[in-house]
Design a protein around this ligand. Structure first.
Ligand SMILES: Nc1ncnc2c1ncn2[C@@H]1O[C@H](COP(=O)(O)OP(=O)(O)O)[C@@H](O)[C@H]1O
Ligand SMILES: [Mg+2]
Length: 310
C-alpha cells in the first residue's frame, strides 16, 4: 500500500503553529505524510481536479481543515467540491451546518437536544416578532452566520423592537432569526468532543457590563469541571450535527432548570499558550484523538475504494 498523504490547513495564530507541527509529527509516526498550509484560497479547479500548485488535492487521502478566521465563500465552495472526492474533517455538510445557527438549532431540536426556543420568519413577516415578544418577554436577535457575539442584539421590550425594526429592514435580510432570551448566570460551558469522545471542559463568563460570554465581547475563560449530564448533551449534539470535531457551548436555563445547547462550533480552538498556563491542558489529548481520527478515516475510505474497484 502506498504511503497515505493528507492536506491540512490549520490556523497559525494563538499557538496554532506549534499544534500543526505536533500533529504532523504524530501522523508521520503512523506513516501518514502531511501537506501543510493548504489554503484553498490559492487553489484552482480545472476539469476533474482541484489544483494547489501542481498537486491534485482530490487525489489526497484526506483533508483536515481547521482555520476559522479565514473562510471565504470561494474557500467554502472548493471545500464543498473537494469533499465530493475525498474525506474531510469536518465534512463539508457538517461544517456548514454548524456555521448556521438556525439550521443547527433545527437539527438539534429534531434530535431531542434542548436549545433556546427560537423562531425564524420571512423578512416581510416582521409582525410575527411583535407577537413573539409578548410571549417571551425578552429575546435575542441573531445573524444566523455570525460569530464572537457580533451582531447579537438583546431586545428587552416592544419599544426596543420598534427601534430595531427600521435598521433590520434596511439591511436587506432574507429572514429574521430570534431566540428567547435565556435567564442564565452569564457563564457557559465549552465542551470539546473529538470522534465522539470527551476531550475537555472549560467555562467562560461575561464581563460585568455584557450578557455575552464571548471573549471578543469582553468575556473571560475559567477552569470548570464538567458533569455527566453536560458531557452527554455535548456528545448528543455532536452526533446530531455529524461533526467529527466540535466545541459545544452549553448554558443553564434558570427558569426551566435545564441545560441547553447554544452553539456547536466546528473549529473549536486549542488552548492558547496563555490558557495553558491557566491550567487548560487538553491540547495533547485533543491532538492524539485527532490523529487517531485521521488515521481511522483514511483506512475506512481506502477499504471503501478497494471494494468499489475490486
Ligand atoms: N438565547 C440566549 N439567551 C441568553 N444569552 C444568549 C442567548 N444566545 C446567546 N447568548 C449569549 O451570547 C453569546 C453568543 O451567542 P452565540 O449564539 O454563541 O453566538 P456567537 O456565534 O456569536 O458566539 C453566548 O455565548 C451567550 O453568552
Ligand atoms: Mg458562541
Amino acid at each position: 500500500m502506498s504511503k497515505a498523504k493528507i492536506g491540512m490547513w490549520l490556523y497559525s495564530n494563538g499557538g496554532g503553529g506549534k499544534i500543526s507541527k505536533n500533529i504532523i509529527k504524530k501522523l508521520q509516526e503512523r506513516d501518514i505524510e502531511t501537506l501543510d498550509n493548504v489554503n484553498l484560497r490559492h487553489a484552482i479547479a480545472k476539469n476533474g481536479n482541484i489544483l494547489y500548485d501542481d498537486i491534485k488535492l482530490n487525489k489526497l487521502d484526506l483533508f483536515f481543515s481547521y482555520n476559522a478566521s479565514e473562510q471565504t465563500q470561494y474557500q467554502m465552495y472548493l471545500y464543498q467540491a473537494l469533499n465530493r472526492a475525498i474525506p474531510m474533517i469536518n465534512s463539508y455538510d457538517a461544517f456548514s451546518l454548524t456555521e448556521d445557527k438556525f439550521h443547527t438549532s433545527f437539527v438539534l431540536r429534531n434530535h431531542g437536544v434542548k436549545t433556546a426556543d427560537y423562531k425564524l420568519c420571512h423578512r416581510d413577516d416582521g409582525y410575527h416578532l411583535k407577537r413573539i415578544m409578548k410571549k417571551w418577554d425578552k429575546m435575542v436577535y441573531k445573524p444566523t452566520d455570525g460569530w464572537g457575539g457580533v451582531g447579537l442584539t438583546k431586545i428587552e421590550n416592544e419599544a426596543n423592537l420598534d427601534m430595531l425594526m427600521p435598521f433590520l429592514n434596511q439591511m436587506d435580510l432574507r429572514y429574521f432569526y430570534v431566540e428567547k432570551f435565556i435567564d442564565y448566570d452569564n457563564t457557559d460551558f465549552r465542551i470539546d468532543i473529538v470522534n465522539g469522545k470527551f476531550v475537555s471542559c472549560y467555562g467562560r463568563k461575561s464581563s460585568s457590563d455584557d450578557w455575552r460570554t464571548n471573549v471578543t465581547s469582553g468575556g473571560s475563560i475559567f477552569m470548570r469541571e464538567a458533569n455527566d449530564e453536560i458531557v452527554d448533551i455535548a456528545k448528543k449534539a455532536t452526533k446530531a450535527c455529524k461533526v467529527d470535531i466540535a466545541g459545544v457551548d452549553i448554558i443553564y436555563d434558570r427558569e426551566k432548570e435545564e441545560y441547553i445547547v447554544l452553539e456547536v462550533n466546528g473549529i473549536p480552538a486549542f488552548a492558547t499558550p496563555e490558557q495553558e498556563k491557566l491550567g487548560l491542558n487538553f491540547n495533547d489529548k485533543k491532538i492524539d484523538l485527532i490523529v487517531d481520527l485521521i488515521d481511522k478515516k483514511i483506512k475506512v475510505s481506502k477499504k471503501i475504494k478497494e471494494n468499489i474497484y475490486e
